[in-house]
Design a protein around this ligand. Structure first.
Ligand SMILES: Cc1cc2nc3c(=O)[nH]c(=O)nc-3n(C[C@H](O)[C@H](O)[C@H](O)COP(=O)(O)O)c2cc1C
Ligand code: SF4
Ligand code: SF4
Length: 612
């Protein structure tokens, strides 16, 4: 088939699809990402279907009424979120429960009178105002299990354009010009990586999507796959065509069952429609993708460990060079890209390199997806232009700190990252600026910490994680992180020694310099950044105090005479029988017997138990 014939046949296909999609008067979109489902999304969906059926909506109100599941739309804190679109007018409801559906159907859908009590407020709109959605532009809007929904929004047009009318060099030129850098952590320019693989004279090459996402608290890549799996597949097709690969893998952790299920369905649908397999869209290009489940080891996100895992070996990193683009899976040239990196590709091809590079800063182009969590009012999934100040993320998008407590720091980059103190809130969020202040963009974890967080405890938490996840191949990481953890343990238990802070610094520098892979090379970062900005907290611990009253062994519980009503609740709750007192009289804690479990603190309704 000639190129023009091919284009005509594709146009005909798209037209036939459009004609079979009926115009609809009513569309209901229920958030059914993992967060939405956990909050009751499936039950809300069922309730809508039951209610619409029972009220005979099809016959009485409108000929067409569609109920869709959609992926995460960001503000998980207000799940279940539901859009009700009547004659093009969209109303979003928050905290939706099945028992609310009959009223929504009756008043909004039948009587065209939205239930204002349950409609999202200013905080929902403010959450979105400063965001810029490229990767997430279709997430939360289209049904991730419906390939036609993706196609209707220009999905697979970029792949068609590339496969039918562009040379691999041209595609790589566009990606290079866009300035796209890898979103998996290191920020390596994607076009440069593709070009290196393209230039390898090998008959066999591989394209791998890294969906391991092991950082604690991170859910960006899972949400992208759950919300729009076809964008990732399309990105892989374009990448594979550009480098000359005919086989691809998505390496995804088995702990992501919904993402795996939707990805598998999307792959199968893409195959059926001819976007994957032999002679894609009638061209001579063939490419297919397999799903490889990972067992949830953080180190398997490291590209060489990931390759070893796909090959059936133990997931351990190896020394680089050679880099995977020269010698990767089974020794063949291999490109590994992160989920978000790949999901950007179709949008860049569709809209052009200039469009993409118009967002962001001089060296960090485009947008970045973050999982915004911790002590923040609007926790959820956000996408922002690179270079946005942290302050705008925390206060304008995130709505400020929970309980209006004082912000202490923002932890970015997960276990490989660092803590940025509140005084540096005007730091722009991009690769260069975060590195300058001792942190990283990383894959997109962003944890907000308030005055009740202990920074030593925070460093200990992340180090516990990396220590446990160390594959053990090299001594500095395997043993060095253990020693670091021992020092932190004794500091948080009030048994720290003079010189411990300096020892942490020295040992960290050695581990960073001598470890084989990124896990060990970055594991000390949370310690180094907290020592840099919160040294006073380390010193306070060495003097037997935890200023945030978090480290258990350093706490003293006491009862405040002016508040105690003598109700006896603490006495009954104390498992160590350390509390004494008669009914309606002041109670007392025997600190020698107290095991610092905090049961009295939790149980006292009169805020009469204090801790310091
Ligand atoms: C310990 C460790 C864990 C990693 N985990 C991930 C991960 O879960 N996802 C990811 O895309 N990259 C991860 N990376 C980075 C990958 O090695 C690799 O750089 C990345 O997948 C390349 O894709 P990109 O160029 O699109 O960013 C990890 C690196 C290290 C050292
Ligand atoms: S740095 Fe740690 S995780 Fe990486 S190879 Fe060495 S022991 Fe394994
Ligand atoms: S629970 Fe509170 S009010 Fe009751 S006896 Fe204990 S400290 Fe006093």
């Amino acid at each position: 088939m000639g190129r023009q014939q091919l284009i005509n046949s594709l146009k005909k296909y798209v037209l036939s699809r459009v004609q079979t999609v009926k115009p609809t008067n009513i569309v209901i979109k229920v958030c059914m990402g993992t967060g939405g489902i956990a909050a009751g999304g499936s039950e809300v969906m069922d309730a809508f279907r039951t209610e619409l059926d029972a009220s005979g909506i099809e016959a009485t109100v409108a000929k067409n009424c569609l109920t869709h599941k959609v992926g995460c739309r960001g503000l998980c804190a207000k799940d279940v979120l539901v859009d009700v679109i009547v004659k093009g007018q969209k109303t979003t409801y928050q905290y939706v429960k099945p028992e609310m559906i009959s009223r929504i159907v009756k008043e909004h859908i039948i009587e065209n009178n939205p239930v204002t009590d349950w409609v999202v407020g200013d905080d929902y709109h403010n959450f979105h105002k400063k965001q810029l959605k490229v990767v997430l532009s279709d997430c939360g809007s289209i049904d991730p299990e419906d390939i036609d929904a993706y196609i209707a929004g220009k999905g697979y047009e970029a792949a068609r354009k590339v496969l039918t009318s562009s040379a691999p060099e041209d595609v790589i030129g566009i990606i290079k010009a866009s300035g796209l850098r890898g979103r998996g952590g290191a920020g390596f320019p994607t076009g440069v990586k593709w070009e290196a693989a393209m230039k390898q004279a090998s008959r066999q090459k591989y394209m791998i999507c890294n969906a391991d996402e092991g950082d604690p608290g991170a859910f960006m890549d899972r949400s992208v796959i759950e919300g729009n799996p076809h964008a990732v597949i399309e990105g892989m097709i374009i990448g594979a065509y550009s480098i000359g690969a005919d086989k691809g893998y998505v390496y995804i952790r088995a702990e992501y069952p919904l993402a795996v299920e939707r990805l598998r369905k999307a792959l199968s649908d893409a195959r059926t429609r001819g976007f994957l397999g032999k002679d894609i869209l009638g061209t001579k290009f063939s490419f297919d993708i397999k799903v490889k489940l990972g067992a949830g080891a953080f180190v398997c996100g490291e590209e060489t460990a990931l390759i070893a895992s796909i090959e059936g070996q133990r997931g351990m990193p190896r020394a680089k060079p050679p880099f995977p683009v020269y010698s990767g899976l089974w020794g063949k040239p291999t490109v590994i890209n992160n989920v978000e990196t790949l999901a950007n590709i179709p949008y860049i091809i569709r809209n052009g390199a200039e469009w993409f590079s118009s967002f962001g800063t001089e060296k960090s182009k485009g947008t970045k997806v973050f999982a915004l969590t911790g002590k923040i009012k609007n926790s959820g999934l956000i996408e922002v232009p690179m270079g946005i100040p942290l302050r705008e993320i925390i206060y304008d998008i995130g709505g400020g700190i929970e309980g209006d407590r004082a912000l202490k720091a923002i932890q970015t980059g997960g276990p490989s990252g660092g803590c940025i103190p509140a005084e540096m809130l005007d730091t722009p969020v991009d690769f260069e600026s975060l590195a300058k202040v001792g942190s990283i963009v990383g894959s997109g974890g962003m944890v907000v910490l308030d005055e009740d967080n202990c920074m030593v405890n925070m460093a200990q938490y992340f180090l516990q994680f990396t220590q446990m996840e160390s594959c053990g191949k090299c001594v500095p990481c395997r043993i060095g992180t253990k020693r670091l953890l021992e020092i932190l343990d004794r500091i948080t238990k009030g048994k720290g020694k003079e010189g411990d802070i300096e020892l942490l610094g020295k040992l960290s520098a050695d581990i960073k310099a001598a470890s084989l892979c990124g896990l060990g090379q970055t594991a000390p970062n949370p310690i180094l950044s907290t020592i840099k900005y919160f040294r006073d907290e380390y010193e306070a611990h060495l003097n037997g105090k935890c200023p945030a009253a978090v480290c258990k062994e350093l706490l003293t519980y006491y009862i405040l005479e002016e508040f105690c009503k003598g109700c006896g609740a603490c006495l009954r709750a104390c498992p160590a029988k350390a509390i004494t007192g008669e009914k309606k009289k002041l109670h007392k804690i025997d600190s020698a017997m107290c095991i610092k479990c905090g049961a009295c603190f939790d149980v006292c309704k009169f805020k009469a138990v204090g801790k310091e």
